[in-house]
Design a protein. Structure first.
Length: 104
């Protein structure tokens, strides 16, 4: 296991939206596959990507113009990149909550 197991520190990511309103989030490859992943979001500038019991991290500094679209979709497509290649991709349901801080 790597040192960032159980880490909820922010990671680098890119978020894109196509004309149909679908959202793609690109992150760096993480060891261990996603198990029942979900994106927990409260409409603010952070979202929690829960990949498994051992792997979760914060998406920080979500741009204002991305907040309403992210809150409006049922799922996002996650793509994990390793050495500029797609290592894996998977759909992740978006769970909108009242407050991320209240969960912690």
């Amino acid at each position: 296991m790597s040192d960032n197991t159980n880490s909820q520190q922010g990671g680098r990511y890119d978020m894109l939206q196509n004309a149909a309103g679908e959202i793609l989030i690109i992150i760096e490859y993480r060891e261990g596959g996603p198990e029942n992943p979900r994106l927990v979001y409260d409409g603010g500038d952070q979202a929690l990507l829960y990949r498994s019991r051992e792997s979760a991290f914060m998406l920080n500094s979500i741009a204002n113009e991305a907040r309403m679209p992210l809150k409006s979709v049922n799922e996002v497509l996650m793509v994990e990149i390793e050495n500029d290649d797609v290592a894996r991709e998977y759909k992740v349901p978006v769970r909108v909550v009242r407050s991320l801080k209240a969960l912690g």
